[in-house]
Structures are given as C-alpha cells and as structure tokens.
Design a protein around this ligand. Structure first.
Ligand code: ADP
Ligand code: MG
Length: 476
C-alpha cells in the first residue's frame, strides 16, 4: 500500500516518456519527486516555482490525462515546491499549489505558444532543429588558471573564482560578479573558471557568452518567434558565464529575460558568473530587481596590475613563447606601462615584432625606442614604485624595508629620498606617497622633502648621492 503512489507515478512517467523528447523528459520530469497520495491527490515535488509554472504551461494536458488514467476522473495533481539549493537569505520553502489550467507564465514576454518540447530545442549558438543539446562552451583554452598570474591586484577575485570552479553552484559565491577596469583580466578569469569546471566536471554544461551576444540572440529569437527556445536553452546550462553585463544597461527586454533565466538557474543550484566594468552600485540603467540579484553572491574586484604582477605576467608570457629576453627589458616594460595588462601585452608584442622584422636583438635601447614610438598614449611618467626600486638598489636595501614602518636610520634616510623624488617627479599627492612609503601621513612626507632639501644644501656628499640617483631615475 505504502509504495503504491510511487508505482502510480512511475506509470504516469512511462506514458509521459512516450510523449515528450528524451531531453525534455530529462529536464522536466526526472527531477520530479513523488511525495504522497491522499484523497486521490498525487503530490509531486518540484525544484522551483518556475519549474512548476513550466510544467503547468507546457505539459498539463499530458499530465492530466495520465493522472486520470491512473486515478480515475477524481484524480488530481498537487505540487510541492522545494528549492533545494538556496543561498543567502532565501530559505528553502515548500508550498502547495493545486494544479490549474492557468495560462500565464511568469513573464508575459516569454508566454509564447509552446512549440518545443517534443521537437528538441533550438540552440541559439548553432542551427535550428537541433535534436540533442550539445552545448559548445565557447571557451578559449588559453584563458586558463594556469596562465592567470596571481598578484595583490587580483587575489580575492582569483581565489573566489577558484572556489567556484571547484564547487560550481555549491558556494555562497552565486552569482560571482567579477568587476574591474578594461584589460584588468575579467574575461580571462571568468573563462578560467569555465575551463576548470569543464576539466573537473565534464558532464556539466558550461557556457561562456558575452552580454552583447546574449542580447543579439534574444533579439533574433523574438524575431523568429522562438523566445521559448531561447529561454529553455539557457535554463539548461549548469554554469552560465556572462561577460560584460554592463552592456545590459538600458536594455529592458533583455534584462527581463535574463532576470528569469537567472532566477531559474539560481533556484536550481546552477552557477552564474558575471563580469562587469563597474561594481553593482555604480551600474546605471539596470533594473533594481536584477541589480539586487547581482549582489546576492560575491562581488570581487580586479585592480590595476601592480608592478610585481606586471613583471610576473611578462615573464610568464615570454617564457611560454620560448623567447629570450633580458630581465632589464622586462622590468623596463613593466615599469613603463602601468595602465593595464592588455597594453602591457601590446607593448611586448610590438617589441617582439620590431625585433624580428628588423632582425635586431631585444635590448633595452630597442625597448626604449619602441615605447617612445608605439605606446605614446600610455602613462609613462615615473612611478613611485620605480623610484623606490632605484633608491633601494642604490643603497642595497630590500624594497620591503622601505615600505615597512621601520625607523632604522639608513632606511629612514633612503625612504626620505624616495619621498623627495616621488614628490618632485610624480603627480602623486603627499598622502599617496606616504601610503606607499611605510604608511606615513602627508606631514611626514612634507618633513622628508624639507630634510632632503636642507641636507643637499649643507652636505656635499649627500648632494652627490641625490644627483646620481636623479640621473638613474631619469633614465626611464
Ligand atoms: P578585461 O576582460 O578585464 O578587459 P582581459 O581578461 O581581456 O581583460 O585581459 C586582457 C589581457 O591581459 C588578456 O590577454 C589576458 O590574458 C591578460 N591578463 C590579464 N590579467 C592577467 C593575469 N593576471 N595573468 C596573465 N594574463 C592576464
Ligand atoms: Mg573582457
């Protein structure tokens, strides 16, 4: 007796199976759990509100027929919605909804006449009429974690990405929103997550798509009256990576459709990874309900690459390409180009091209002339980092000491000199200089500048040091 409702549901399923495509069956019927049978009401458990609505919209006639066949004309169906994968504040909930003949779907924009289900789904990436959904991930294998250099500028975002990649949908970082300026590595990191997931979980369907492409696909689907295919396709993805979501700004319809896809994926424990050129609070033209969802998981920023990371990135690329390049050239590039990684790579490529086209060895001179000619627009002013390096090299001090709070005499003097040059040769504020030199305040920097000026006036040997240093710094 106890098992009877399970048997009944099994019978229903076997009828359903004969009437829908294998993919639809897998997506919409396999996840259903049968809960109980009471007073001729069979209760089934579904993983989300959306799931229930989808069944009601698309399969209700079929379900009704099979239920009545098993339970007689009094037979009814009831849903229990259990969201098994919820994060943050959204606690799992169970509600009962008796089956109705209701027509409306969650969103009028997607309430279209049903034309898939039995026919397989159109994959907007390939061609219509596709039977089995075999989603190409659209990932670039070069953008792996192995190729992503870790540094202070990206540590949080990288480790969050790594956590997500090892447990997609199973961390609190859902969605994971990676934001940062142009060329800071957002696309690379987002793709690295996808690649890692593909490697560790080959059965998971991973999809990388730019927000722009997503929008065009959506617009096409509207034109062809195929929104259902579109939404259905995206709801089957296990790991959805959308690049540059700021592109959705002001595109209401696309935001709407994405909102529903987002909800469905999130509720069913699928992983969502987003990138953006700004944090959620600064995104204009985005629906509040969508923005609030962006904040559900973790927003992690990528900073402009710091000097160490720039050097490491160049070294890695040079090594990977099997190129011999003097260390001083690498450092010169890293010191000269501070804006972003893409420009850094651009400079490296120009340099390599210069060298091979003109059959010249890669030397510091070549690098300098190349930087002058080809990278006019990049910030090339002397940086505090560079000044510190030159001063530390000169006095043979580890750079960490200069950046530390130590008050040892020889360190204090070198630090004061670095502050003095930072003030006279960069546009940095006193406060910023202080921050870079042992976390001092602006008054300390001002004091350092006066001290150095006084010493130069009174101490000839000191003056010689400073002059020599100035020449070294000006080499850049
Ligand atoms: P964004 O999407 O933020 O504009 P990209 O991800 O396209 O930036 O990065 C620009 C280039 O810099 C890419 O070629 C990428 O491989 C490289 N890059 C960025 N960050 C790193 C890093 N941490 N390690 C190695 N390469 C990086
Ligand atoms: Mg990008």
């Amino acid at each position: 007796m106890e098992k009877k409702f399970e048997k009944i549901w099994e019978n229903c399923l076997s009828v359903v199976k004969d009437n829908v495509s294998a993919q639809s069956f897998k997506t919409w019927f396999e996840p259903i759990k049968v809960v109980k049978l009471q007073n001729n009401i069979l209760t089934i458990q579904v993983p989300s509100q959306f799931f229930y609505e989808w069944l009601e919209e698309h399969y209700i006639t079929l379900l009704k027929k099979t239920i009545k066949k098993e339970l007689g004309t009094e037979g009814r169906l009831e849903y229990s919605i259990v969201m098994e994968n919820s994060f943050n504040n959204s606690k799992p909930y169970t509600i009962k909804i008796p089956t109705t003949n209701k027509k409306a779907l969650v969103n009028p924009a997607v309430s279209m006449p049903m034309d898939i289900g039995n026919n397989g789904i159109r994959n907007p990436f390939i061609i219509p009429g596709l039977k089995k959904v075999n989603v190409e991930s659209q990932l670039n294998p070069n953008y792996s974690f192995d190729n992503f250099v870790e540094g202070d500028c990206n540590r949080l975002a990288r480790s969050a990405g790594f956590a997500v990649a090892n447990k997609p949908g199973g961390t609190a970082f859902n969605p994971l929103l990676i934001y940062g300026g142009v060329g800071f590595g957002k696309t690379h990191l987002a793709q690295a997550i996808g690649i890692q997931i593909k490697n560790h979980f080959p059965n998971k369907t991973v999809l990388y798509v730019s927000a722009e492409r997503f929008m065009h696909q959506y617009v096409d689907s509207v034109k062809d009256n195929k929104q259902n295919d579109f939404i259905y396709f995206y709801q089957m993805i296990d790991v959805l990576i959308i690049d540059d979501v700021q592109y959705f700004a002001g595109k209401e319809k696309t935001q709407d459709i994405f909102f529903h896809i987002f909800n469905h994926l999130h509720q069913t424990g699928k992983q969502i990874v987003l990138t953006s050129d700004k944090p959620p609070v600064e995104m204009q033209g985005m629906e509040p309900r969508l923005l609030s969802r962006f904040k559900w998981g973790l927003s992690a920023d990528l900073q402009a690459p710091d000097l160490e990371t720039r050097i490491a990135i160049l070294e890695k690329k040079v090594y990977a390409d099997g190129i011999e390049m003097p260390k001083e050239v690498i450092e010169y590039l890293a010191y000269s180009i501070t804006t972003n990684v893409r420009e850094l790579e651009g400079a490296l490529i120009s340099l390599l091209a210069q060298s091979s086209l003109n059959k010249k060895a890669i030397t510091l001179e070549l690098a300098k002339s190349m930087i002058d000619k080809f990278v006019k627009n990049t910030a090339r002013e002397v940086s505090i980092d560079f000044i510190q390096k030159v001063v530390c090299d000169y006095f043979d001090l580890p750079i960490e000491l200069m950046k530390s709070k130590t008050r040892k005499r020889e360190v204090v003097q070198a630090r004061q000199i670095a502050m003095y040059f930072s003030k006279s040769m960069t546009k940095s504020s006193l406060a910023n200089i202080g921050l870079h030199c042992g976390g001092k305040d602006h008054a300390t920097v001002l004091h350092a500048c006066r001290t150095v000026n006084n010493l130069m006036d009174t101490d000839k040997r000191f003056r010689a040091y400073v002059d020599e240093l100035e020449k070294k710094i000006n080499v850049i």
